[in-house]
Ligand binder design. Structure first.
Ligand SMILES: O=C(CO)[C@@H](O)[C@H](O)COP(=O)(O)O
Ligand SMILES: [Fe+2]
Length: 218
């Protein structure tokens, strides 16, 4: 089963609870929350207080994508705020193995993300530690960018590697996902689709979630 993870980056920040309830009712699995610090990426978004404020409004799994430098400094703040999955960038962690171990030790799911230019070898030695690998299909920092098709072979190679090693990590794709690119990503091996603009900039976010789920299962 393919999972849909709407990204609130494209939602109206003044009406987040309402936006989240719409996608939950439409059958979304995860709520993708993009945290940016203005250092690791050239943009600043939200932090733990906004996540904590949203937590009582939904039962969706909070899939927190940390686009921040040295994320190990803030793991406990995000867990306390309500994160269920904490994904750190391989490029942002000097001690990636230690950071992923700390996330698991804290009792939440661990994810590792890869920028488009980062090869799979960067996560080869931590794959057994993670619940999720996030393959960025745009350069992180902004919503509304164009899907990079050159990432499809990377997704396929990751899928093969995970299967060959008998691991359970989910492959999540993030950036430029719409009904067309969703089909390509799923065909390559993705199991979780993040979508911001395609969901929250549409007139009917619930219908957009259902459309993505329908495309990806055909
Ligand atoms: O992490 C990011 C961007 O850095 C994403 O999660 C975006 O929020 C996806 O937005 P769309 O490309 O779907 O508009
Ligand atoms: Fe993201």
């Amino acid at each position: 089963m393919i999972k849909i993870a709407p990204s609130i980056l494209a939602a109206d920040f003044a009406r987040l609870a309402e936006a989240v309830q719409k996608v939950e009712a439409a059958g979304a699995s995860y709520l993708h929350i993009d945290v940016m610090d203005g250092h690791f990426v050239p943009n600043i978004t939200i932090g733990p207080p906004v996540i904590a404020a949203l937590r009582p409004h939904t039962r969706l799994v909070f899939d927190v994508h940390l686009m921040i430098a040295a994320p190990e400094r803030y793991l406990s703040d995000f867990i306390r705020a309500g994160a269920d999955i904490l994904t750190v960038h391989a490029e942002a962690c000097i001690h990636l193995h230690r950071t992923l171990g700390a996330i698991k030790m804290a009792g939440v799911r661990a994810g590792v993300a890869l920028n488009p230019a980062t090869p799979l070898t960067a996560v080869e030695h931590v794959l057994d530690l993670v619940d999720l690998v996030l393959v960025m299909t745009v350069n992180p920092g902004f919503g509304g960018q164009k899907f990079i098709k050159g990432m499809l072979p990377k997704i396929a190679a990751l899928r093969a590697l995970i299967e060959r090693r008998g691991l359970k990590a989910e492959i999540e794709v993030d950036g430029g996902i719409n009904t067309q690119t969703a089909a390509l990503a799923v065909e390559a091996g993705a199991a979780v689709l993040v979508a911001g603009s395609a969901v929250f900039l549409s007139d009917d976010p619930g219908a957009a979630v259902r459309a993505l789920a329908a495309v990806s299962s055909t």
